[in-house]
Ligand binder design. Structure first.
Ligand code: HEC
Ligand code: HEC
Length: 196
């Protein structure tokens, strides 16, 4: 895990200075309609289990994750054909487009479960989630919006961070969820998915 994060840091140091966060959302819209909408939803709100919504996502996060996937550091077989060899400009344009779309929960969001909601909320403070993701959970820079994301995706991806199967540019998230039980992760995922 340490080696992979060192590799990630080196890749990003090389890639990020060239990415000026100056994406063109209109160009991104055309790319997204052609290549992304079938899975991530025409309005960026995913209707498909296990596929995350991208509407209202922080452009810095989307850009970083696309680069991590393109470079094979975040390994997502479903995404590989769509990111392979993608120019930085396309990535920035796509990130700008998705950031411009209003965020919102998926149409099939589960009904609220009061006990799960309370159990999830109780973990947010002690685990400092809002320090990085902001109290609104809308994220900033390379830290993602997690409010209103699809619940089953949130639970799966947090378990992957916990188990060292997902690693970002650095191990911050692996530390944030270290030692959580599956039940605690399920509660957190429910709480985040219910936040608007
Ligand atoms: C065949 C379906 C499919 C297509 C087409 C697709 N994706 Fe994905 N995408 C996925 C899946 C599945 C994941 C979940 C990755 C995981 O399991 O961690 C994902 C994850 C992502 C993520 C990470 C989001 C997060 O919250 O972690 C980004 C960013 C992304 N896709 C952008 C795109 C863009 C931009 C396009 C179009 C160029 C695209 N995807 C096309 C299936 C797809
Ligand atoms: C020290 C800062 C920090 C803290 C604390 C933190 N996070 Fe994160 N979080 C991040 C960063 C940075 C990423 C992106 C990491 C990457 O590149 O994979 C992230 C990613 C995520 C993702 C992936 C979302 C997606 O769409 O792919 C989820 C879910 C998440 N955090 C939830 C949480 C929860 C819940 C907590 C509290 C238990 C928490 N985070 C605490 C910094 C933090």
């Amino acid at each position: 895990m340490r080696l992979r994060s060192l590799v990630a840091a080196a890749v990003l140091a090389a890639a990020l200075p060239g990415t000026a966060m100056g994406g063109d959302p209109a160009r991104g819209a055309a790319l997204a309609a052609e290549r992304c909408a079938a899975c991530h939803g025409a309005d960026g709100r995913s209707a498909m289990p296990d596929i995350p919504s991208l509407a209202g996502q922080q452009p810095g996060f989307t850009t970083l994750q696309m680069i991590l996937m393109r470079e094979g550091i975040r390994r997502v077989p479903a995404m590989q054909p769509f990111v392979e060899g993608m120019p930085d400009q396309d990535i920035e344009d796509l990130a700008a487009w998705f950031a411009s779309l209003p965020p919102g929960p998926p149409q099939d969001r589960r009904p609220r479960d009061a006990a799960l909601l309370a159990a999830g909320e109780a973990l947010i403070g002690p685990r400092n989630c809002a320090v990085c993701h902001l109290p609104s959970l809308a994220g900033r820079e390379q830290m993602p919006r997690i409010a209103g994301q699809r619940e089953e995706f949130l639970a799966r991806t947090m378990a992957e961070y916990r188990d060292g199967r997902r690693i970002g540019a650095d191990p911050q998230m692996n530390g944030a969820v270290a030692g959580l039980s599956d039940a605690e992760i399920a509660a957190l995922a429910h709480y985040l998915a219910q936040r608007d």
